[in-house]
Design a protein around this ligand. Sequence first.
Ligand code: PLP
Length: 363
Amino acid sequence: MERVYNFSAGPAMLPEAVLEEAARELVNYKGTGMSVMEMSHRSSSYDQIHQDTQDLLRELMNIPDHYEILFLQGGASTQFAMVPLNLMTQHGKADYILTGNWAKKAYDEAVRYGDVAIAASSKDANFTYIPNMAEVTFRDEIDYVHICSNNTIYGTRFRPDNLPQTGDVPLVADMSSNILSEVYDVNDFGLIYAGAQKNMGPAGLTVVIIDKALIQEPQPSTPTMLTYKTHADKNSLYNTPPTYTIYMTKLVLEWLKDLGGIEAMAKINQEKADLLYDFIDQSDFYRSAVTAKDDRSLMNIPFLTPNGDLDAQFVKEAAINGLHTLKGHRNVGGLRASIYNAMPIEGVQALVNFMDTFEKNHR
Ligand SMILES: *Cc1c(COP(=O)(O)O)cnc(C)c1O
């Protein structure tokens, strides 16, 4: 079978050029006589990969020197606990904004470690919009505010101009599904975390970008491995890091840099998203699951046909046409196209063409 357009929410498509480069280097990496997978994480060859990946991320995201970049494991889900354990230490309080499933999971975990409140929520409308942050206020004496910047399941995102105004209070963001997709100013955040498997590389790596001022003594009994300081002190080499995933992430970051960086990527992502949203909006057969147009995600686009039977039929016929993994999340139903950085515009065009044909055949 030829390669297909894979609209999976994650793990997701990787740039084909990256896969090909990895294949070339798979067995014998740059004349070392071994695969990156077989290399000691203490070797100089691996150390170069580790350093280059950090440097590239710092350059692409314009990360100031007073932020540490950590390469951890356990997925974004482990950060749901690690954030409160390490940051909820001065006042034992934090405010969360609930805009979807992952935000709720982060909140549910944080509740176990302190006094946690919901500052704003869009649950009243099944998470189809992002509350206007200009109207949101926070409690006094909180350690941080938490958001999920892109809601993978519901298909909404915090525009960079609609971030919570937290003043001196650190803003923490789960950026798993839109890191590197458009320009956010890292200075607006105290901590950013993201699982790699949506927009950075294969599964297995969690990137944490943390203001060094927030690397402090965690709550008592916090496991060593769940302490940011452990990893920061050892440049994320306290124990064996996910070396091969870090190597793959380096290749993806090089690909992104060659393409012109995040600004250039954002332009392409906007074009891709416009192509799909414009088609959905002009159609009276399909409808978008997200009503607030300004809050629509550029990465995850949930939409519906007139009924569940047609949704199922759509998924089946699309796959036959080389368009894979379009079934919507069970919370929203319908269909979902995840069009992360690695999805070429040709893939989105192919999807729109298929949607047009499907509509004509089934209306
Ligand atoms: C996928 C996802 C997660 C879960 O990530 P894991 O790496 O599987 O723990 C958390 N938050 C968001 C926004 C996601 O998209």
